[in-house]
Design a protein around this ligand. Structure first.
Ligand code: PLP
Length: 401
């Protein structure tokens, strides 16, 4: 008898399971709109030219493969924090932001979750939006927090439920922990306006709530990394001691390199040093230390003004292609004579479009058209190309009329 004789089959991951089903489909018309990874207009994964350049520069340096420290590559983390908080950030100048390199955005969320569980109490609550990125629930649950929800998206207006959000912020106990998507909310693509962010910041301040920003799309959302960091910088300027999870998966196209950062704004440098020491204590038994390659690439690009500018153009081109596909998808649906309004397709921002399709409609499209999206009707705009946009519009029209 082996340990594994009676092990049941685990259910497939709700997002990655879609890709598995897509890979098995032999229909030549099949389209993958499940996973959130950028594709060029040729439907293929894209490696940025600036990343290629940085790779060549790294080759030239012939670096060794010694371990990084527990905190990763300090040069990278410094650049990563300046990228998010702004080069002129007062908090950065005051050395009061604790930060370490993380295993991309997911790893930053997981370590932050444990940090909160350790110092706010095992099983203490974290409020996350309804809906949110599917993995958030499991990540924070495994980290030892109790996951609670706040209202965010209104299926009737296909937009932000700002009133619901504000009343849930108001109703939560003083000093509660709230996870916020910094930009390009996943899966809805619906973000607060700057005025709404400012109002939320004030309301959270009055309640002494703790803001934890998950920032997976800086630069990728609007095409401008400064603009996409607006909410983060506003909260810090308003005096919030935020925590921040950063990912360089989408904006640098470094998905598999697992490169990100976790940071915590503190009241002073001494507090930041104590917090860093505790983050290290969590990371060490979890994965010991992070991989170097992605950190070296991002640091190579962000430390070189010319290369950083070139990267910004490439990132903008990715954002622009997605924005263009949103317009095309909407206009094709209108040309087909759809009775529904598809304004939300172009109002939403970032990698995803939350179509408003029901699960039954999603399954019918999968069965009849071999187009794969998640059951909640989320499509990855990155999977749409000039070649398949008409086909995708027809499929959506066929089930919505
Ligand atoms: N957070 C959000 C909101 C996301 O959308 C994603 C990726 O889809 C992540 C975190 C984590 O991505 P990664 O771990 O690849 O950086």
């Amino acid at each position: 008898i082996s340990t594994w004789n009676n092990v049941p089959m685990a259910p497939p991951d709700s997002i990655l399971g879609i890709t598995e089903a897509f890979n098995k489909d032999t229909d030549p018309r099949k389209v993958s709109l499940g996973v959130g990874a950028y594709r060029g207009d040729d439907g293929k994964p894209l490696v940025l030219k600036t990343v290629r350049k940085a790779e060549r520069m790294l080759m030239e340096k012939a670096l060794n493969h010694e371990y990084a420290g527990i905190v990763g590559l300090p040069e990278f983390t410094k650049l990563s924090l300046a990228f998010a908080y702004g080069k002129d950030s007062q908090a950065l100048k005051e050395n009061r932001i604790a930060g370490i390199q993380s295993l991309s955005g997911t790893g930053a969320c997981r370590v932050a979750g444990e940090l909160f569980a350790r110092f706010r109490g095992e099983g203490s609550p974290i409020y996350i939006p309804t809906p949110t990125w599917g993995n958030h629930v499991n990540v924070f649950d495994k980290a030892g927090l109790e996951v609670r929800r706040y209202r965010y998206y209104d299926p009737n207006t296909l937009g932000l439920d700002f009133e619901g959000l504000m009343s849930d912020v108001e109703a939560a106990d003083d000093g509660s922990l709230f996870l916020l998507h910094a930009c390009a909310h996943n899966p809805t693509g619906v973000d607060p306006t700057q005025e709404q962010w400012a109002e939320l910041s004030m309301a959270m301040k009055a309640k002494r709530h703790v803001a934890f920003f998950d920032c997976a799309y800086q630069g990728f959302a609007s095409g401008d990394p400064e603009r996409d960091a607006w909410a983060i910088r506003r909260f810090v300027a308003d005096g919030h001691c935020i925590a921040l999870a950063q990912s360089f998966a989408k904006n640098f196209g470094l998905y598999g390199e697992r490169i990100g950062a976790l940071s915590v704004v503190c009241t002073d440098a001494e507090e930041a040093a104590r917090v860093t020491s505790q983050i290290k204590r969590i990371a060490r038994p979890m994965y010991s230390n992070p991989p170097l390659y992605g950190a070296r690439l991002v640091a190579q690009i962000l430390s070189d003004d010319a290369l950083a500018q070139e990267w910004a153009l490439e990132c903008k081109a990715m954002a622009d292609r997605i924005i263009a596909m949103r317009s095309l998808l909407k206009s094709h649906l209108m040309d087909l004579g759809s009775g529904r309004s598809w304004e939300h397709i172009t109002n939403q921002i970032g990698m995803f479009c939350y179509t408003g399709l029901t699960k039954d409609e999603v399954l019918e499209i999968r069965r009849e058209w071999h187009i794969y999206m998640t059951d909640d009707g989320r499509i990855s705009m990155a999977g749409i190309t000039s070649d398949n946009v008409q086909y995708v519009a027809e499929s959506i029209h066929s089930v919505t009329g």
